[in-house]
Design a protein around this ligand. Structure first.
Ligand code: DAH
Length: 345
């Protein structure tokens, strides 16, 4: 019996050593150590042994079991390690392979123009204010000296949502909101960029949704010359030092006096061409001294405070600066158009 047990041990260990996989190893475990295995089978014959030999054989059987178990564990550990190493080897990354180029997006030309204008005014001490695109009739019109029924409301065909709410037709309501937040106390120096909406048919120069940038300055002793100086700096920085500006009288309900600013045409240098329609000047923005009613409605004492405001369309500015002939290019996402504004940022 002793010889038989030893032989079984050897046989099992040989098989374990030869095993190539964990499944095979498990089969060996079941075959040799299981209840129906040969070791158990041999031990069934213990009854025939003498009382002296019985415990010896018992101990030997335990040794055999322990030895086989130990080998099984060793081998299983080894096989597991090998499997992991094989997996790692198959997943090795070749860091010397050339990388695939990453296709990066870039800023939309309109975003770039707006950021350029923002930076320019931030450099002059302005901060940026924003307001909602769904606006109340009060901020969009009434607070800007455009009471209900005012004929100038027709200048801005509006998308009404209810009687009292609409998609803002300009960024001027942010003026009123900013003034209200300052609770009658100056100074204020902000620009307000954002989207605006008008019930216009889209064509080369009109879009039902476009952008505006509003400027608002309020303080004591703010004068028309401050407005002119500011606009002059803006025009030269934006379009070139050689450009001249002129202010033409105009009308806006929220400013008095009101002006429109023109710059000299770059194409013809002021001589007159098709772009400037023979005048030598191109209209850029509307501006003026804030109407006392507008100051008072938003809680500012118009005897103490004065101010100026201006409003411009960044699409128009980008069109002039880059020679773009159709406003719809900004909104139709044709990559052939957008790719022309590729820069490093
Ligand atoms: N809100 C005007 C418009 O959309 C533009 C404008 C003109 C804004 C004069 C101003 C301003 O602040 O002073 O047509």
């Amino acid at each position: 019996m002793e010889a038989k047990l030893k032989q079984l041990q050897e046989e099992a260990i040989e098989k374990i050593e030869a095993a190539e996989g964990l499944k095979e190893l498990n089969d060996i475990r079941v075959a040799y150590l299981g209840k129906k295995g040969p070791i158990t089978e041999v031990l069934k014959g213990m009854g025939k042994l003498s009382a002296e030999e019985r415990p010896k054989m018992g101990a030997l059987a335990n040794e055999v079991r322990a030895a086989v178990t130990e080998r099984l564990e060793e081998k299983s550990e080894k096989l597991e390690k090998e499997a992991v190493n094989k997996k790692l080897a198959s997943e090795t990354i070749d860091v010397t392979l050339p990388g695939r180029p990453v296709r990066k997006g870039r800023k939309h030309p309109l975003t770039k123009i707006v950021e350029e204008i923002e930076d320019l005014f931030i450099g002059m001490g302005y901060s940026i204010a924003e307001g909602p695109e769904v606006e109340t009739d009060f901020y969009n019109f009434e607070a800007l000296n455009l009471p209900k029924g005012h004929p100038a409301r027709d200048m801005q065909d509006s998308f009404y949502i209810t009687e009292e709410t609409l998609l803002r037709t300009h960024t001027s309501p942010v003026q009123a909101r900013t003034m209200e937040m300052h609770k009658g106390k100056g100074p204020i120096k902000v620009i307000c960029p954002g989207k605006v909406y008008r019930r216009d048919n889209d064509d080369a120069t009109h879009s039902h949704q476009f952008m505006q940038i509003e400027g608002l300055v309020i303080g004591e002793n703010i004068r028309m010359s401050d407005l002119k100086g500011t606009l002059q700096v803006f025009a030269k920085k934006m379009f070139g030092e050689d450009r001249e500006i002129r202010l033409r009288p105009s009308f806006f309900p929220f400013t008095e006096p009101s002006v429109e600013m023109d710059i000299t045409c770059k194409i013809c240098g002021g001589k007159g061409c098709s772009v400037c329609k023979g005048t030598g000047w191109i209209e850029i923005l509307g501006a003026g001294m804030i109407h006392p009613n507008v100051l008072e409605i938003s809680g500012f004492d118009s005897k103490k405070y004065t101010g100026f405001a201006f409003g411009m369309g960044p699409e128009r500015i980008a069109m002039l600066k880059y020679g773009i002939d159709d406003i719809r290019h900004f909104y139709t996402d044709d990559v052939r158009f957008l790719n022309q504004f590729q820069t490093q940022e």
